[in-house]
Design a protein around this ligand. Structure first.
Ligand SMILES: Cc1ncc(C[n+]2csc(CCOP(=O)(O)OP(=O)(O)O)c2C)c(N)n1
Length: 322
């Protein structure tokens, strides 16, 4: 697939933005400035950036908690995210939520019910609606490997397949579900086998290669739009930090982390851009500088923003029909 240079550079920009934003959030968490917890997608950013960048504006996503890249790509600004983490009124949830259960329906992002595949039935419902209305839109949803062991995952895939809805599922297979390694949560080798059992076409991609994720996603979305039904894409990667920043992840063998450090998605993309002469080193440094400045501005905006007032706690809790 031919990808325009401008899109490849944007993919790189979003990888860097996600990495630095979550890095800064982690620092703020350690300083005690974050009101809730800090879950990051460190080392797996290529999945959320790749699958979301391949979508069209009218499509929707039902993300999970390691999808910061998708929030950014779809237009939740770093300012709103920073303000969210600091519990401010200008944050994504107006200061109501202190974790990463965020969404913005105006940007086609469903706020998710839980971290563990409950978002997949939501995507299937949206996709079924698109199909019934004859709209060429797609719903994308993600889950971790652990989430694929839960009932919601299986119900969603079964229904998506039976009704042939335009939904595309991504698995961020980062080898651990909290402290449980893959081998303790499933007896199969590859998660794709679960999708194949529902007669859903499935593919394994390198989850640390943003171009591979983007390309597989584009193909699956095109098929879904043409009435070809759902696809499942297993993105193999490694969770490089703890489950959350409170977790030192001592249960993960050091050698495994060392091995995957060499496959870092940002380093991969830099090599790709340099080798294919799409960018030079000063160009990449410029992106880094731009991203860091954007985050300084975002943090300043968040710091200066007010906290919500008490009475706002009960406002906006229920959906207003669009
Ligand atoms: C029903 C339910 N059980 C447990 C939790 C706590 N929890 C949140 S995420 C998670 C592990 C998720 O693992 P996985 O699906 O592999 O995603 P990963 O963290 O690896 O990205 C757990 C146990 C929860 N949020 N909801």
């Amino acid at each position: 697939m031919d990808i325009a240079s401008k899109d490849l550079l944007q993919l790189y920009y979003y990888l860097k933005l996600t990495r630095h934003l979550e890095g800064r959030v982690t620092t703020l968490y350690r300083q005690g400035k974050i009101l809730g917890g800090a879950w990051t997608s460190y080392g797996t950013e290529a999945i959320s950036v790749g699958y979301s960048y391949a979508l069209e504006k009218d499509d929707v996503i039902a993300p999970y908690f390691r999808d910061m890249g998708a929030y950014l790509v779809r237009g939740i600004t770093p300012k709103r995210i920073m303000a969210h983490y600091l519990g401010k009124k200008t944050g994504v949830t107006g200061g109501k939520e202190g974790n990463v259960h965020v969404g913005d329906i105006k940007l086609g992002i469903f706020g998710y019910p839980s971290h563990l595949a409950d978002n997949l039935p939501v995507a299937v419902g949206a996709a079924l609606a698109f199909k019934i209305r004859g709209e060429k839109r797609v719903a994308a949803a993600t889950t971790g490997d652990g989430g694929t062991s839960r009932g919601d995952f299986h119900e969603a895939l079964n229904m998506a397949s039976v009704f042939k809805v335009p939904a595309v599922f991504f698995c961020n297979n980062n080898k651990y579900a909290y402290s449980t390694p893959l081998t303790r949560q499933m007896a199969i080798k590859n998660v794709v086998e679960r999708a194949l059992a529902y007669a859903i076409p499935a593919e394994i991609v390198d989850g640390n290669d943003v171009v591979a994720v983007y390309t597989a996603a584009k193909k699956a979305y095109a098929r879904a739009r043409e009435g070809g039904g759902p696809t499942f894409i297993e993105c193999k990667t490694m969770r490089m930090h703890g489950h959350s920043e409170h977790d030192s992840a001592k249960y993960v063998p050091k050698e495994l982390l060392e091995e995957w450090k060499k496959k870092d998605p940002i380093i991969n993309m830099e090599k790709y851009l340099l080798n294919n002469k799409i960018a030079n080193q000063p160009g990449l440094d410029e992106v880094d500088k731009r991203v860091k400045q954007e985050l300084v501005d975002a943090e300043e905006f968040a710091e200066k923003s007010p906290y919500p007032e008490g009475k706002e706690a009960i406002e906006g809790l229920y959906a207003t029909p669009l």
